[in-house]
Design a protein around this ligand. Structure first.
Ligand code: NAD
Length: 295
């Protein structure tokens, strides 16, 4: 039975670790929060008392942590000194490209295989084992990475070398953030012009305004049953998370000398919505701001 260490059992990591256990893998897990570890144990994982203990003897290590500084610290202080020689290290967190490349370089220098493998899909996909993984790794390592990710995945795509998984993630979410704002602005304008929102939905979803933000995740309630707009924008993908990804995209654009003015506008608008109190709401709740309503 393959032994897998799983570090970071939060909203996403909890379900992902459970799916590793369901696939009959020997999953040894750790999180700073005892309650998260208990939940993972109930789902079939075994508990370690530290990252160091979890990674000792594991063939693969999966991390799902909040941001770049957490990933750099956990790998430098706990994973590299204690992981088995030749272990496959996979970071699924969404972090900055520079941190991903720095951790990858250190991993390679110490004789480990490393992949940055951020995900698309929220907590429902994490629980259901239907995440999409965007992978930056050496070509020779991809088959092994894909095999480890398989119980958590509906699609695993190699983006290129180290760091390109994170690049794919922030570019994708920049499109998502900007298109959601465009759809919300359009609904708010349609309302002001006396156009029924459900008529606008029906027309735009069959016209050139059609996009994922409209037809799979509609911000106006009542159009797409699974969308968070039907649950008072609870759950889903928090505005604060979207803001984090848009900031990562802007930082990366500034460093690369790329122009991303729409991404910058989207970042500013989500920052404003967060200041108005919408940080914990699903990012599609920004519709309320365009309608002149409190989140
Ligand atoms: P979360 O805050 O719920 O979980 C992170 C977990 O990491 C927490 O349980 C925390 O205790 C643990 N942790 C932090 N430092 C640690 C350490 N040193 N050792 C062990 N555990 C530690 O966050 P999340 O929603 O699960 O997101 C995780 C990552 O996935 C983030 O990078 C996020 O951007 C990305 N992501 C989230 C979503 C989503 O919908 N929530 C979707 C796609 C990607």
């Amino acid at each position: 039975m393959a032994r897998v260490a799983f570090i970071g059992l939060g909203n996403m990591g909890g379900g992902m670790a459970a799916n590793q256990a369901k696939a009959a893998r020997d999953v040894v897990c750790y999180d700073l929060q005892a309650a998260a570890v208990e939940k993972a144990v109930a789902a079939g994982c075994s508990a370690a008392s530290s990252v160091a203990e979890a990674v000792t003897g594991a063939e693969a290590v999966i991390t799902m942590l909040p941001a770049g500084p957490h990933v750099r610290q956990v790998y430098a202080e706990q994973v590299f000194p204690h992981a088995a020689k030749g272990a496959l290290l996979i970071d699924c967190s969404t972090i900055d490209v520079d941190s991903a490349r720095a951790v990858a370089a250190e991993a390679r220098a110490k004789g480990f295989s490393f992949a940055d493998a951020p995900v698309s899909g929220g907590t429902a996909a994490a629980d259901g084992g239907t995440l999409a993984f965007m992978v930056g790794c050496d070509e020779a390592d991809f088959a092994a990475v894909e095999a480890i990710l398989q119980p958590m995945s509906r699609a695993t795509i190699r983006a290129g070398d180290h760091g390109t998984g994170q690049a794919a993630k922030i570019c994708n979410n920049m499109v998502l953030g900007a298109t959601m704002i465009a759809v919300c602005e359009a609904f708010a304008l349609a309302e002001k012009l006396g156009l029924e929102p459900d008529r606008f939905f029906e027309i735009a979803s069959k016209s050139s305004g059609q996009c994922w933000s409209l037809t799979s995740y509609c911000p106006w309630p009542g159009q797409v049953p699974a969308a968070p707009s039907n649950r008072n924008y609870e759950g889903g993908f928090a505005t604060a998370m979207m803001l984090k990804d848009l900031k990562l995209a802007q930082d990366a654009a500034a460093k690369a000398g790329a122009a991303a003015p729409l991404g910058a506008q989207a970042e500013g608008l989500y920052a404003l919505f967060e200041r108005l109190g919408g940080g914990s709401k699903d990012f599609s709740a920004i519709l309320e701001m365009f309608r002149g309503r409190a989140p």
